[in-house]
Design a protein around this ligand. Structure first.
Ligand SMILES: C=C(O[C@@H]1C=C(C(=O)O)C=C[C@H]1O)C(=O)O
Length: 450
């Protein structure tokens, strides 16, 4: 079936929901919204009944995958069928925007016919998906339900469920027992690869290379994605800072990334570059460590260098600051500018891969990753996020996440946790190994492993 033609002949609907102020958090401020709103919206996802949890892949059509993006700015929780635009990030976004522009819908509704997508690190292939039923939480305390005619019955049920739901229900985290189930490279081998990268860099092959690794975890039962997301949004708004990560379930990834590759809002571009890491509570050490400072500078410079060719003007790039997250602290640089006429997908594609997740110089670092990493990153470290028909939106770098099997997106039992670390000529392999382990802590904690 050609989903696009089937849906453009239908109708889209938008309803503003009148919700109690508690849903948006206290104090009622846009920055504080993500956590209670996320828990509220996630609690409305229909339960994962055994009937919707097929044992065989032949039944996967009955699955109801959850899609979500929850953090500062527009947030969404959705489930069920989507309209897909596959291809590279730029091709998929061009197709999506042309389709959205051609829809015969009210101009108040069109901006909410937004798409979510995750794209592979290596070639930016992937897909954008437009939810056909979605709860969109907006800054300034608004929530809209968007639905397509094909989901009218579910929308009616959801509207009455939303009316009778308590303000912010408690969602239990995952209750599974976990077993470690291998890795693409055993830890000792991975550290040998890091040592090789260090030798190659000392011989002048590159200045920085980011090597990542994975660890598989097997649960004794399916783990509903909304429980994991609820635990991830629970981490938000750490120590009174701005909401610092965006929890997501997009494509085959579930996680909470703090790093913004490209954000576009009404002609303004914004990015948040992270590089340089310490476990929580030890961030101040970063200012004294020449290796971390050089590593950060490489990542920051790689974005700043590409701003002009991206067509961005009136650039602001204040000095780096410390970003505190529950598991780790980073050096962060925020960069902004004017980006009239460029959409968020074009800009994300332009900046990918940054030195924060590839290295410096890009081509040499990419070659070392290919030679040494010993695994396929999939969409890990690729762009993940959302966009609207006008080209506004946000793509983060898919970090602090797990990849789950395509055949069980709703309640996966096997989770592949991934994390990387910037390797410099002065790096110590054992330290990089423990840094990647600490970064995986975001997911271990949300899954209830730690
Ligand atoms: C690669 C990751 O993180 C990146 C690498 C960092 C570093 O090496 O210090 C810090 C933040 C991210 O840009 C990851 O979280 O997996």
């Amino acid at each position: 079936m050609n989903a696009q033609s089937a849906v453009s002949s239908g109708t889209w609907h938008l309803l503003a929901l009148d919700l109690p102020p508690e849903v948006y958090g206290a104090p009622a401020h846009p920055k504080g919204m993500a956590q209670p709103w996320g828990r509220w919206a996630l609690s409305l996802i229909p339960a994962d009944s055994p009937a919707s949890r097929p044992e065989t892949s032949a039944d996967t059509a009955t699955q109801v995958p959850v899609r979500a993006w929850i953090g500062r700015g527009p947030s969404v929780v959705s489930w069920g069928p989507t309209i897909e635009f596959a291809g590279t990030l730029e091709a998929a976004s061009a197709d999506y925007r042309a389709w959205a522009a051609s829809l015969d819908v009210d101009e108040g509704v069109r901006p909410f016919i937004r798409a979510l997508g995750a794209f592979n690190y290596s070639d930016l292939s992937g897909k954008l998906e437009v939810p056909t039923l979605a709860l969109w939480g907006q800054p300034y305390l608004e929530t809209y339900l968007l639905w397509h005619d094909s989901r009218a019955d579910e929308a009616a049920a959801l509207i009455s469920a939303a009316k009778s739901a308590g303000p912010v229900p408690h969602l239990a985290g995952p209750q599974a027992q976990w077993q470690e189930a291998g890795a693409s490279l055993p830890g000792t081998e991975w550290q040998q690869q890091v040592a090789q990268a260090i030798s190659a860099m000392r011989a002048g092959q590159a200045q920085k290379v980011v090597l990542s690794r994975d660890v598989f975890w097997q649960a004794d039962r399916p783990v509903p994605v909304e429980q994991v997301l609820a635990a991830l949004v629970g981490h938000d708004d750490h120590e009174g800072q701005d909401a610092s990560a965006w929890a997501f379930a997009v494509g085959d990834l579930v996680g909470a990334s703090p790093e913004i590759l490209a954000q576009v809002h009404e002609g303004r571009f914004f990015a948040r570059i992270l590089a340089g890491t310490r476990p929580a509570g030890r961030g101040k050490e970063l200012w004294q460590d020449p290796k971390e400072l050089a590593e950060h500078e490489a990542a920051r410079a790689s974005v700043i260098r590409r701003l002009e060719s991206a067509g961005i003007s009136e650039i602001l790039a204040p000095p780096a600051r410390l970003l505190k997250l529950p598991q780790v602290e980073h050096l962060q640089s925020e960069v902004s500018g004017h980006c009239e006429g460029r959409d968020v997908a074009q800009l994300a594609a332009h900046f990918h891969p940054t030195a924060a997740i590839c290295g410096q110089p890009t081509v040499a670092a990419a070659a070392l990753i290919k030679q040494l990493e010993g695994m396929d990153r999939g969409a890990f470290a690729g762009p993940v996020g959302w966009m609207d028909p006008a080209g506004d939106g946000q793509f983060n770098i898919a970090l602090r996440c797990a990849q789950v099997p395509e055949s069980s997106l709703r309640s996966p039992q096997k989770w592949r946790l991934l994390a990387g670390a910037g390797i410099m000529p002065s790096s110590v392999p054992a330290n990089e190994f423990s840094e990647t382990g600490t970064k995986m802590g975001t997911m271990r904690s949300a899954l209830g492993i730690d």
